[in-house]
Design a protein around this ligand. Sequence first.
Ligand code: 13P
Length: 298
Amino acid sequence: MKQHSPPYRKNFQWISKMNRKFEILLKNAGEGNYAIPSFNIYNLEGATAVIKAAEELKSPVILQILPTALETGGAPLVQMCLEIVKRSKVPATVHLDHCSDPDIIFTAMAWGINSIMVDGSGMSCEENLQFTREMTLKIKAAGGSVEAELGKMTGEEDGQTLSSQEELMTDPDKAADFVDQTGISALAVCIGNIHGKYKNPPVLDFKRLKEIRKRVSVPLVLHGTSGLPEEMIQMAMDAGISKFNVNTELRSIYLKTMASCFSSDPGVELVTIMKKSITAMKEAAKDKIRLFRSIDKA
Ligand code: 13P
């Protein structure tokens, strides 16, 4: 791993002025017994759909970008999301999702993203702790916020298969130590949640989640929300989840809408596809926002 020395800091002075919005959004959600919807964004249609959904329901929202999407869209994708957030009528922010590459983390920060999910979950416990601590120190010094994961999720994200063998749930004792030693702002838990489609009915370990909640002071995050039944989402919030990550459901609605536009009219106009996919994703995002009880919390 490359060492990033203090000169980074001076490039980020302005980020501090953004006042750790990520932390405030999650803290308010925890205090208000609701959760912040956090949707993965790939392009203009996705960002527009999500922000319209949040505005129509007066919900705070997070637009999050995976490194694969960042690689494809680069600085213009980030600028577009930041601009949409700046113009929105609801509290919103842009977040870098699942990143284990310091170069990408600091590039994203230089482009204006000020909350980062530092993902060391593919490393050993000890390496994850060291990596997360080092990144958190630098990101916080630059005025940013950090979400990190302890344990290891299974499933698929953007076609990349994560280990299905070594499922590793978050250990409540280690979680407290991890948070204390790293100084992170939010902890993503592994309690049986997976990315992508649940091939079998999901089983979440709520007892473990409650134990983690008791021992950890920072807000908790649940990844892999697509496909979780309503009652599990409610139980997860009651047990202390303050942010839900949603990718697969919106992404597949987008792809299905495009496919159906083409199959019903091979000469369809691009702008028609854009409008229809924005509407379809917006309605799906609104369904999630209702589940997360964040309506009227803007
Ligand atoms: P899903 O794709 O299962 O909704 O998970 C999204 C996620 O956790 C992104 O970090």
